[in-house]
Write a protein that binds this ligand. Structure first.
Ligand code: SF4
Length: 324
């Protein structure tokens, strides 16, 4: 849950590294404790995908990443593993040393997220890195041997027009990512950003966004990336969707599984959301006839301090459901 700086549109519970620096080791300790419990309790389950993400995992130092990934290797079986993703979202968190650590642990897929290739936009949304750094991080990842790299972009960022999106897509096409995820900015978040272009009326916003999304779909096709998953969040501008495009055999398996809700996702860390798919429906409390949904959600506390302090409670809360 740490990032080099917090982007103005962030919907995660991520905090700036400067503020939390002293707590990161304690956080990794707590995380490892929760992971150990999960590994122990889910020994009879087949682990298909691992996803380290939300916030920017590569904000950890190379040593901290090494500690976390070695722990995961030690505790979990890879017998049924199909995919292992690490979000290296912010280019300003990526170094050669960290990429080597990730590669040495046989991570199969990483994500380097520009959001926009327009410097004016990166500055406005508080990304605190340059367009050049995105290209350098991407080239470094290829050099380190990653052959499945995703890139995320956002349509509807403040001050952007269709021509900005076209330019972003053209620059991304030159990098040849294996998958591209196109998000539409959620309206609530856009409002929080005090965007100057909120003066645009709804019709104009809709036209611009649909133009951007259309261009993204066209560009993805030209990059040989095909749509493979789609989801909608509440209050997305213009009621558009988020769409994932990928080359054949490079689709993010975890992305598909999380949308399908047919497989349990056991999540660890601050703000992590576990979804347990029960084998059978369970009786609804207070009713003899009605049965409850087969999906149980269990959320960890979001605040880093509270997660570290209350780690035993987080583990205990998970306990009963992991038996299913
Ligand atoms: S990189 Fe992602 S998680 Fe981190 S602050 Fe920006 S939007 Fe939030």
């Amino acid at each position: 849950p740490f990032c080099p700086s917090v982007c103005s549109y962030c919907s995660f519970s991520s905090g700036p590294l400067d503020r939390w620096k002293e707590k990161v080791d304690a956080y990794v300790d707590a995380l490892c404790k929760e992971l150990e419990f999960i590994a122990e309790r889910s020994k009879n389950k087949k682990l298909n995908t691992i996803y380290i993400g939300g916030g920017t995992p590569t904000t950890l130092t190379a040593e901290q990443l090494e500690r976390l990934m070695s722990w995961i290797d030690e505790k979990f079986s890879r017998e049924y593993l199909l995919e292992y993703t690490v979000e290296a979202g912010r280019p300003d968190s990526i170094t050669e040393e960290k990429l080597k650590v990730i590669k040495n642990h046989d991570i199969t897929r990483i994500s380097i997220n520009p959001q926009s290739m327009q410097q004016k936009t990166l500055d406005v949304i508080g990304r605190k890195h340059t367009v050049e750094e995105i290209k350098e991080a991407y080239a470094l990842a290829r050099k380190t041997g990653f052959d499945n790299i995703n890139m995320d972009i956002i349509a509807g960022l403040p001050g952007e027009d269709i021509s900005d999106m076209e330019d972003t897509l053209a620059q991304i096409a030159q990098m040849h990512p294996d998958s591209l995820t196109v998000h539409s900015l959620a309206i609530k978040r856009a409002a929080r950003m005090e965007r100057e272009d909120l003066n645009r009326d709804a019709k104009e916003t809709h036209e611009i966004l649909s133009g951007m999304i259309e261009r993204a779909a066209k560009a993805a096709k030209e990059m040989d990336l095909f749509p493979y998953y789609l989801y909608r969040q509440k209050n997305i501008a213009g009621n558009f969707e988020n769409v994932g495009y990928a080359k054949v055999d490079k689709a993010g398996i975890y992305n598909i599984l999380i949308m399908e809700e047919k497989q349990s996702i056991i999540a660890a860390g601050a703000g992590a959301s576990t979804k347990i798919v029960l084998k059978d429906p369970i009786p609804m409390p207070g009713s003899k006839k009605k049965k409850m949904t087969r999906l149980i959600r269990q959320e960890n506390v979001k605040a880093v301090d509270a997660y570290i302090d209350r780690i035993d409670e987080m583990i205990e809360r998970k306990g009963e459901w992991l038996w299913h």
